[in-house]
Design a protein around this ligand. Structure first.
Ligand SMILES: *[C@@H]1O[C@H](CO)[C@@H](O)[C@H](O)[C@H]1NC(C)=O
Ligand SMILES: *[C@@H]1O[C@H](CO)[C@@H](O)[C@H](O)[C@H]1NC(C)=O
Ligand SMILES: CC(=O)N[C@H]1CO[C@H](CO)[C@@H](O)[C@@H]1O
Ligand SMILES: [Fe+2]
Length: 658
C-alpha cells in the first residue's frame, strides 16, 4: 500500500469555494490510484484555504504524470463553480510536487493537471501525456469564455451593485459599470444636451473630480510648451518623428517661423541639426465620420511642426489642419491671433487623441495582446515553459476586449468603453484600424528600434523613452534567463513544434518560424512589453490629460477653421461636445485610468506556476530590478515640476486588463 499526501488550495477571491464533492485520482507511470473524495464534511472549500487528504494505491505509482480533479454537483439545482489554485502532492518516496491549476471548475467538470518542471513537447515520453495534450487543446475555447471567468473579472468594478446575482450573463452586465460611474461622478449632468457657456463652467464641474495632474492640465492647457510636452510625456508618445525635410504638402516658410526661432537661426539649419520634429496625421485623412444632428462630424488630419529649443523645450512652430495645402487650409502660427492658434491646437490635439485611442491603445495594445493570448492558449499546454511565463501577462485581456467589442460593434455602443466610435461611427473606426494594421511591423513594436526609426534617441526630457527603454531591458534580461534555461541551444528551439505553431498562429499572413534562442527572447520580450509597459503608457494617463476637454476632446462638433482672424472664445466653446457628452468622456477616462485593488503590477506572479527553485529565483531577481527602477523613477519625479509616473513599475499592470 502506498499513500500520497495531497493538499488542495482554494482561490482567495470572492465565491471561490464550493459545497460540491471533489474527487482526486493520481496517474503515474506504474498505474493509477483510487478515486479519493476530499472530505469537506458539510463545510465548503472556503476561499483561500487548503484541505488535506490521503490518496491510496495498491503500490507505488512510479513517476507521477497527471492528476485528475472531478467535481460532482452536490445540489443539482445550482452550478456551484469552484476556483482551485493548486494541488500539492507528497509521494511516499518523499518527493513534493506542485500541480498549478488557477482556474474555475464547474459542476460535472473533470480536469487534468500536470505537475513539476516545465516541459516541451519533444520531452514528453509517456503516451498518457500525449493524450492529455489533445484533450486540453479541445477545451480551450470553452474555458476562456465561461461566465465564471467573467464574473471574477467583474468583481473588480467596485461600482457594480453588490446585489448582482452571482452568475451573470455577459450581456446583462455590459452596460452597468460605465453608466453608474457617470452618475456617481457628475450628478445631474449626464445626458445633458446643453452646450458649454464658458470655460469657468467647465472648471466648476471638474473641481470635485481631479487628480493633481488633471488639475495641472486644466491650468496649463493654453501653453505652447505644455502642448509640446504632451507629444513626449503624455498618453501618445508614439507619433512624433525627427524631421529632416519638410513634406511637400506642408509649405512652412522661413518667414513664418522666424519669430519663433532665436535670432539668426533658420529652419533649414535647425532641421539639419536635428532640432525639428514632425507629427503627421496623414492616417486620418478621409476617414468616414459619423453624422450628428444631421451633419457629418469633421475629422482633422493635420501636420504639426515642432522645434526643440535651446532650453530643451519642444515648441509647436506651425500647424496645418488638412493634408492638402490650399488657401482654405492655412498654416497656423503661434504669432497668429491667440484664439486662432488655440483653435488650431485644439483640432490637432483632438485628432491626436482619437488616433491614440484607436491605433495606439486599442489596436496595438489591446487587440495585439489578444492575438498573443489566444495563440498562447491554443498552442501551448499548461506544462509548457512559455505558457507558464506568458499567461500571467494575459490576465483579463480577453474579457476587457469582449466588453470593448460589444461596445464598439453593438447596435448602439451603449457602453462607454471606447467611445471613440462617437467621432467616426463603425465604418470609420474599422477603416482607421485597417490602415494602421497595415503599417504595423514587428520592428515598430520593438521599442529600441522604434525610437531609433523616429530619430528620438537624444531628444531631452523624453521620459516615456527613458523609462520604457529601461523596462524593455529589464524584461529582456528576465526573459533571456528563463528562455535560455529551457532552450539551451538553437536546436531545442527548432525542435519545439509547439513553439513553431505558436509563432505561425500569430503571423498568419507571413509564414514565420524561430531558428535561434535570441529570436525567441526578443519576440517574447516584445509580447510582455506590449501587454504591460506599452499599455500603461497609453492607458494610465487618460484621465489626467483628457478629462479636461479643452485639452483634447474625442469629438469636436465643428469643422476645423479655414481662415484666420475669425475665431473668438466662442468658436472654442461651440466646438466642444455638449455637457452630457463631456462628462461621459471624462467618466470613461476616469474608469480606464483607475487602479483596481486587485491590480497585479509588472513582475508579480501571485500564481506559482514554476516549481523549480532556480526559476523562482529568476523571478525574484526580476522583481528586484523593477523595484530599483521604481525608486529611481520616484526620485526623479520628486524633482520634476510635471512628474512622469505612468511607467513606474509599481503602476504598470502585468497585463492589458482595463
Ligand atoms: C490643450 O489643448 C489646447 C487646445 O488644443 C492647446 O492649446 C493646449 O496647448 C493644450 N495644452 C496642452 C496642455 O496641450
Ligand atoms: C512606434 O510605435 C508606435 C506604437 O506602437 C507605432 O504606432 C509607430 O508606428 C512606431 N513607429 C515606428 C517608426 O516604428
Ligand atoms: C520637451 C518637453 O516638453 N519635455 C518636458 C517633459 O517634462 C519635463 C518635466 O516637466 C519638462 O521640463 C520638459 O520640458
Ligand atoms: Fe486599456
Amino acid at each position: 500500500m502506498a499513500e500520497y499526501k495531497v493538499s488542495v488550495t482554494t482561490g482567495g477571491m470572492q465565491h471561490a469555494g464550493t459545497l460540491d464533492n471533489i474527487f482526486i485520482v493520481l496517474f503515474g507511470s506504474e498505474g493509477q490510484s483510487e478515486r479519493a473524495r476530499l472530505d469537506n464534511s458539510g463545510i465548503d472549500f472556503k476561499s483561500g484555504t487548503a484541505s488535506q487528504i490521503l490518496v491510496k494505491s495498491v503500490s507505488s505509482l512510479g513517476k507521477l504524470l497527471l492528476l485528475k480533479v472531478e467535481k460532482d454537483s452536490f445540489l443539482h439545482l445550482l452550478d456551484d463553480s469552484w476556483y482551485c489554485s493548486k494541488v500539492e502532492v507528497m509521494t511516499p518516496e518523499g518527493e513534493e510536487i506542485a500541480f498549478p491549476c488557477y482556474r474555475w471548475i464547474s459542476s460535472g467538470e473533470e480536469i487534468q493537471l500536470r505537475g513539476g518542471k516545465a516541459l516541451k513537447v519533444f520531452e514528453e515520453e509517456h503516451p498518457l501525456l500525449i493524450d492529455h495534450l489533445s484533450l486540453q487543446q479541445q477545451c480551450i475555447n470553452a474555458e476562456c469564455f465561461s461566465n465564471d471567468v467573467l464574473f471574477e473579472f467583474f468583481c473588480r468594478w467596485a461600482v457594480v451593485d453588490k446585489k448582482l446575482p452571482r452568475r451573470i450573463h455577459f450581456t446583462d452586465i455590459s452596460e452597468l459599470p460605465a453608466e453608474l460611474n457617470v452618475e456617481l461622478m457628475f450628478k445631474g449632468l449626464a445626458g445633458s444636451c446643453k452646450e458649454w457657456k464658458s470655460i469657468e463652467d467647465l472648471e466648476k464641474v471638474f473641481r470635485s473630480r481631479k487628480t493633481s495632474m488633471s488639475e495641472y492640465v486644466s491650468k496649463h492647457w493654453k501653453e505652447d510648451d505644455f502642448f509640446g510636452y504632451q507629444f513626449l510625456n503624455a498618453t501618445n508618445p508614439n507619433v512624433i518623428k525627427r524631421c529632416r525635410k519638410l513634406p511637400p504638402n506642408f509649405p512652412v516658410t522661413e518667414e513664418m517661423v522666424k519669430p519663433c526661432l532665436p535670432n539668426g537661426f533658420t529652419l533649414k539649419e535647425e532641421m539639419e541639426k536635428g532640432n525639428i520634429f514632425l507629427c503627421d496625421q496623414r492616417i486620418m485623412e478621409g476617414i468616414p465620420t459619423r453624422v450628428k444632428d444631421g451633419n457629418p462630424l469633421h475629422m482633422t488630419a493635420g501636420l504639426c511642426l515642432f522645434y526643440m529649443n535651446p532650453e530643451g523645450k519642444l515648441m509647436p512652430l506651425a500647424i496645418q489642419l488638412n493634408q492638402k495645402a490650399s488657401a482654405e487650409n492655412p498654416v497656423f502660427l503661434p504669432t497668429d491671433p491667440e484664439k486662432d492658434w488655440l483653435l488650431a491646437k485644439l483640432f490637432f490635439k483632438s485628432a491626436d487623441l482619437v488616433e491614440c485611442e484607436v491605433v495606439h491603445h486599442l489596436l496595438i495594445t489591446h487587440f495585439l495582446s489578444e492575438v498573443f493570448a489566444v495563440a498562447t492558449l491554443r498552442c501551448f499546454p499548461t506544462i509548457h515553459p512559455l505558457y507558464k511565463l506568458l499567461i500571467p501577462h494575459f490576465r483579463f485581456t480577453l474579457h476587457i476586449n469582449i466588453m470593448g467589442r460589444e461596445a464598439l460593434l453593438g447596435p448602439d455602443g451603449a457602453l462607454l468603453f471606447y467611445r471613440v466610435r462617437d467621432s467616426f461611427g463603425l465604418e470609420g473606426l474599422l477603416e482607421l484600424m485597417g490602415r494602421a494594421l497595415s503599417e504595423v511591423t514587428y520592428s515598430s513594436l520593438c521599442l529600441p528600434e522604434n525610437i531609433t526609426a523616429r530619430g528620438l534617441e537624444s531628444i531631452p526630457n523624453f521620459y516615456y523613452r527613458d523609462d520604457a527603454l529601461k523596462l524593455w531591458n529589464i524584461i529582456e534580461s528576465f526573459v533571456r534567463s528563463v528562455v535560455k534555461d529551457y532552450y539551451p541551444s538553437d536546436d531545442a528551439v527548432c525542435k519545439d513544434t509547439e513553439l513553431q505553431e505558436w509563432i505561425c498562429e500569430i503571423f498568419t499572413q507571413v509564414p514565420a518560424s524561430f531558428h535561434t534562442v535570441e529570436e525567441v527572447v526578443k519576440f517574447v520580450t516584445m509580447v510582455i512589453f506590449t501587454a504591460s509597459v506599452q499599455h500603461a503608457a497609453v492607458n494610465n494617463g487618460q484621465f489626467d490629460f483628457h478629462s479636461w476637454i479643452p485639452n483634447g476632446s474625442l469629438q469636436l462638433q465643428k469643422p476645423p477653421p479655414t481662415s484666420k482672424g475669425q475665431s473668438r472664445m466662442n468658436s472654442l466653446l461651440e466646438a466642444f461636445p455638449n455637457i452630457g457628452d463631456t462628462v461621459k468622456f471624462a467618466a470613461m477616462f476616469w474608469m480606464l485610468s483607475d487602479t483596481y485593488t486587485d491590480m497585479v503590477p509588472l513582475g508579480e506572479y501571485p500564481e506559482e506556476r514554476f516549481s523549480e527553485p532556480h526559476l523562482k529565483q529568476m523571478i525574484k531577481d526580476f522583481q528586484a530590478e523593477l523595484s530599483y527602477l521604481s525608486e529611481e523613477i520616484s526620485l526623479r519625479n520628486s524633482k520634476l515640476p510635471v512628474p512622469y509616473a505612468y511607467l513606474n513599475p509599481k503602476q504598470v499592470e502585468n497585463s492589458v486588463a482595463v
